[in-house]
Ligand binder design. Structure first.
Ligand code: RFL
Ligand code: PHB
Length: 389
């Protein structure tokens, strides 16, 4: 098979990139290791910045998001019993959209056939070849047969564990990493949310987050040690601990229900530089990971593919390689600012095993500063709604 851009990975970055390219008449094929059912069963992000909602709007794939998504004007930081509201609408004039990554992915997958975007599911042993040349290709195995896709460019949109970043020789790239000593245990349940806006809570037992997918579906998280297993957290124990950690006005309104999904995700900050090697371009989690505290991962995937699609389209339409040459630096400038924000909010809202009384006093002082300074709240709001492209 021959195409113009071979995209590895059918997560949000691969799907948005594929659609943006097809909209401009550029040929693209997505090669995905998992089945569509598996991809659609992954519960991940819940908060979309304008950079993401704008892509769905521009692709004319936003109808369901407009009908079912929940625009939010603000969110809350809680410290013990104190609740600090960040009024993002008043502070920035913007909103965020609560609409699950699963739904975004579903809308993009459903629209693929009618837009001429081919997705190869269940491709085993995906490998990248000759991407230091102008004629790279991707091989994979499916249904017992070997396949080859020749392309002008390869887009590595295969997440943190995919083969694209790992294919880049060590001598030409560098990873920057911070691993946190805890994970988030998440539960999804068909119960009404405990609050109409998100609550990020810092409690002496650890962090908790009250989020949602709709007015009838809640998503909650609690910070747990990395050594904890799902079996350590039967539903009732999780609900009890969540209610302990949320501020009183949240805890009082928690409705308990059976878990539709429960999982533990480790927290990590990671950036790989540069995001290009020869004819291979990295986008989304393949190039960088943020801890979920800032709700930035999916939105960074969106800004990456916005830059990358514009650059690829300029190359195919005008034979202009300037934007492709600038892609890595441009994307990384935005990535590092989101890394900083996600790290800062993680440090502010979690309890670290190694922390002593000094570190806690610093958290209290910073939360007090946020509570009393509109400037501090505006800085948080500006980052949370998303920095400009
Ligand atoms: P993905 O979604 O990981 O997709 C990569 C795709 O590549 C496939 N793949 C392969 N395909 C072919 N061959 C191989 N060898 C392959 N190896 C892997 C995978 O199967 C997959 O389909 O990366 P992408 O597209 O870059 O998207 C990134 C986002 O998924 C991620 O950043 C967000 O989910 C992060 N995130 C959040 N982001 C936000 O913007 N807002 C949030 O509120 C938010 N909450 C979260 C989150 C992530 C979480 N977890 C589980 C890590 C909450 C959580 C709990
Ligand atoms: C979610 O709803 O899954 C969610 C919301 C906000 C975050 C992280 C995750 O910061």
């Amino acid at each position: 098979m021959r195409t113009q851009v071979a995209i590895i990975g059918s997560g949000p970055s691969g799907l948005m990139l594929g659609h943006l390219l097809r909209q401009a008449g550029v040929d693209a094929v997505i090669i995905e290791r998992q089945s569509s059912e598996h991809v659609l069963s992954r519960i991940r992000a819940g908060v979309l910045e304008t950079v993401t909602t704008d892509i769905l709007e521009d692709l004319d794939i936003a109808e369901r998001m407009r009908a079912e998504g929940l625009p939010h004007d603000g969110f809350n930081l809680a410290d013990g019993e104190r609740l600090i509201r960040i009024d993002i609408k008043a502070l920035t004039g913007k909103q965020v959209m609560v609409y699950g990554q699963t739904e975004v992915t579903k809308d993009l997958i459903d629209a693929a056939p009618s837009r001429g975007l081919e997705i190869v599911w269940e491709a085993d042993d995906v490998a990248l070849h000759d991407f230091e040349s102008d004629a790279p290709y991707v091989t994979y195995r499916k249904d017992g047969a070997e396949h080859r896709v020749d392309a002008r460019f390869i887009a590595g949109c295969d997440g943190f564990h995919g083969p694209s970043r790992k294919a880049i020789p060590e001598a030409v790239g560098k990873g920057f990493e911070k691993v946190y000593p805890f994970g988030w245990l998440g539960i999804l349940s068909d119960v009404p949310p405990c609050n109409h806006e998100l609550i990020y809570a810092n409690h002496e037992n650890g962090f908790a987050l009250a989020s949602m997918r709709s007015m009838t579906r809640s998503r909650y998280y609690i910070q747990v040690p990395l050594s904890d297993k799902l079996e350590d957290w039967p539903d009732e124990k999780l609900w009890d601990e969540l209610c302990r950690r949320l501020p009183p006005e949240g805890a009082a309104n928690v409705t308990r229900g059976p878990a539709l999904e429960k999982s533990i995700a480790p927290l990590r900050s990671y950036v790989f530089e540069p995001m290009r090697h020869g004819s291979l371009f990295l986008a989304g989690d393949a190039a960088h990971i943020v801890p979920p505290t800032g709700a930035k991962g999916l939105n960074l995937a969106a800004s990456d593919v916005r830059y990358l699609s514009q650059a690829l389209i300029a190359w195919f339409e005008k034979n202009d390689g300037d934007a492709l040459a600038a892609y890595s630096d441009k994307a990384l400038a935005r990535v590092w600012k989101s890394e900083r924000f996600s790290w800062q909010l993680t440090m502010l809202m979690h309890r670290f095993p190694e922390d002593g009384p000094f570190d806690r006093r610093i958290q209290i002082a910073e939360l007090d500063y946020v509570a009393t300074s509109e400037t501090a709240r505006r800085a948080i709001a500006e980052n949370y709604v998303g920095l400009p492209l």
